[in-house]
Write a protein that binds this ligand. Sequence first.
Ligand SMILES: Cc1ncc(COP(=O)(O)O)c(C=O)c1O
Length: 379
Amino acid sequence: MPAFAEARVDLDVISANVAALRERAPNSHFMGVVKADGYGHGMIPAARAMLAGGATWLGVAFIEEALEVRRAGIDTPLLAWIVPPGAPIGAAIEAGVELGISDPWVLDATVAAARAAGRPARVHLKADTGLNRGGITREGWPEVVEAAARAEAAGVLQVTGVFSHLARADEPADPGARDSVQAQLDAFDEALALADKAGLRPEVRHIANSAALLTRPDSHFDLVRPGIAAYGLSPMPDLRDIGVRPAMTLAARVALVKRVPAGSGVSYGHRYVTDRETTLALVPLGYADGVPRAASNIGPAALGGRRHVIAGTVCMDQFVLDVGNDPVEAGDEVVLFGDGENGVPTAQDWAEALGTIPYEIVTRVGVRVPRTYRSGAVS
Ligand SMILES: Cc1ncc(COP(=O)(O)O)c(C=O)c1O
């Protein structure tokens, strides 16, 4: 392990997770979502591991991310779905990056960029079927599919996909959420029918994220688009066992230990006070590294196979564990989260302690923390 801390990523685990997830949607293409630096795991290694596991597409949020994938020499079909004003659309077209069209202005800008580039843009039209985030509204959809069909006929556009995104797929036990998913699937069918009527014949229709991949086979269409499950974490707090393993372990080395008497206030604000003579271990990871300050006095960590809770305030670069009389010395390994074996907490445990979701825990691991990779096949 590097001197102070590391995020260890097991790429074989990512590949195995993808292979296991593919079995749940055997007739659909598999778009591995690697945005946000591969959910904190490292975008390029994660992308390669997903491809090794059987992914046939890759998905990112931004064109800049997609261009980085291309620069790494990965030529798999690749979709970038957030195109803000000023985005490098021309560069995306040149690099063969497919673009999500979430608003009429994006279609216009993409057609203009394709004309300038002298080659057609490959696009996926995004229908807003009820998330009310990105995507073309039901009212705007007929006009957009007509315009896209005209641009296709003019040879400046290829509509390779039509897609949407679900709002409540991660609550499969909630009848209201199930109704919401059904309403979105119905609206998606309508959007697809209108696209078809306009003469569009997309290669891939897609709406399923990890949760829908796992719980709604009727949402799989031609392609599924999971992120979190490929990294081994469940999108559904009530359904932890989804047949995958967490790929990332966040670990640090104890920087120093000290013995203190009962009544010692610990860290900023003395928000933790020792109730007996005890040993404190200093762990060199802080909120700059993605350990939320909100984890003060609640975040779990394992040391020598035993679970502890952070003592006092998480600082920018460090926090403290009160380990009682457990033997500990500088250099010992502390695991904040990992695969859940041998007393090690998971990112899901962190999410539950903090009232958030595991996505936020893994994506926030800071740039100062070196990622190290283990893999038999990929590096
Ligand atoms: C459009 C889109 N598709 C798919 C995903 C993957 O979702 P998940 O990580 O829940 O599988 C995301 C992630 O937020 C997304 O924004």
